[in-house]
Design a protein around this ligand. Structure first.
Ligand SMILES: NC(=O)c1ccc[n+]([C@@H]2O[C@H](COP(=O)([O-])OP(=O)(O)OC[C@H]3O[C@@H](n4cnc5c(N)ncnc54)[C@H](OP(=O)(O)O)[C@@H]3O)[C@@H](O)[C@H]2O)c1
Length: 307
């Protein structure tokens, strides 16, 4: 298979490319990113799909600055919503399959029964980033449905191109500064000042390791059973403050974590308070619990932060 990855230089894109290297089912890895692949350019996705003729595209590119999206919802909708529809239309028309990476922020986080959100739960975003990502999911589904209807039954290879939506949450891993990197820097500053570190204690989610997520997505690709909506996160969940405490413990820093409500720092974007996703079944089995993934990542994180 010729597999294209959008947002190829981003945190997840980088892990996806590493995970695809050397896989027997992969003929070529096509890395698409700015400036060639531009979410602001309505013609960019179709141009690349026609030029590179991928069998599969994994769409990891997005405008992930949630506060930026809240300040400019129209641009968020263009980049995360409309551009996903354009890519999906180009894929569906040329017979390429597509996996769209989406987010827990399509849910409002008001669930009270302690269970994670499943794929059948009704999305209801409460911020422009979540709204734009949900619009992207919907535009992709529409494009594949319209292409299938226009084609009649099957494409020239006798196989209907498939669409998968993979929702995930709270990504961490090598690449751009993630929550663990930022918390570690803040904890070091607090330790030097001899002050407690204030961290939000009323926002729940599942920290998810990009390496594990990439492995799961590649497993879905390899199995060929990626159609539909999947919730792919590491096991268990935590509050932001619990995640911070774990990181501070691994770094052996003498800092007290003071749990504060999310209203302490008003932000342009309101995150869902209960952002927990219920993991769906995967051909490669469930992802390990997030603390085990963090334990693998911690030496890399600490080495990088000390460099
Ligand atoms: N980060 C999270 O916690 C999280 C949680 C749930 C879901 N997700 C989803 O997971 C996916 C990957 O996230 P990530 O954390 O890997 O994000 P990331 O590190 O911010 O990477 C996003 C990628 O998209 C590219 N991009 C940004 N604006 C673009 C534009 N206008 N045109 C073309 N490409 C553009 C970026 O390029 P530059 O680096 O050059 O800007 C980068 O390669 C996204 O779909 C995101 O919505 C992320």
């Amino acid at each position: 298979m010729r597999i294209a990855v959008t947002g190829a230089g981003g945190r997840l894109g980088t892990s996806l490319r590493s995970e695809l290297v050397g896989r027997p089912f992969v003929d070529a890895i096509l890395a698409w990113d700015i400036p060639e692949h531009d979410l602001d350019d309505p013609a960019s996705a179709e141009r690349l799909v026609r030029r590179d003729r991928p069998d599969m595209v994994v769409h990891a590119a997005a405008w992930t600055d949630v506060d930026g999206c809240a300040r400019d919802p129209e641009l968020a909708m263009r980049r995360n919503g409309v551009a996903t529809g354009e890519l999906a239309a180009a894929c569906a028309l040329t017979g390429a399959g597509l996996i769209v990476i989406s987010t827990n922020e399509v849910f409002d986080g008001t669930r009270k029964d302690g269970a994670g959100y499943g794929p059948d739960d009704e999305p209801h975003p409460i911020n422009p980033y979540g709204a734009s990502k949900l619009a992207g999911e919907q535009a992709a589904r529409r494009a594949f449905a319209e292409a299938a209807a226009a084609r009649g039954a099957t494409d020239s290879r006798g196989v209907e191109p498939q669409l998968g939506i993979v929702r995930t949450a709270w990504l961490f891993g090598p690449g751009a500064p993630d929550f663990p990197t930022k918390i570690l820097a803040a904890a070091r500053r607090a330790a030097q000042a001899g002050e407690p570190l204030k961290v939000v204690g009323d926002e729940w989610g599942t920290p998810t390791y990009t390496v594990d997520l990439a492995r799961a997505v590649v497993g879905l690709l390899e199995s060929g059973r990626f159609a539909g909506t999947h919730h792919v996160v590491n096991g268990m969940f935590a509050t932001r403050s619990q995640w911070a405490m774990y990181i501070i413990g691994r770094a052996q820093l003498d800092v007290e974590v003071e749990e504060v409500p999310s209203t302490t720092w008003p932000r342009p974007s309101t995150p869902p308070r209960w952002g927990v996703l219920e993991p769906t079944a995967l051909p490669t089995g469930p992802l390990r619990v997030w603390t085990d993934a963090m334990a693998e990542y911690a030496p890399m994180l600490l080495a990088r932060s000390e460099a």
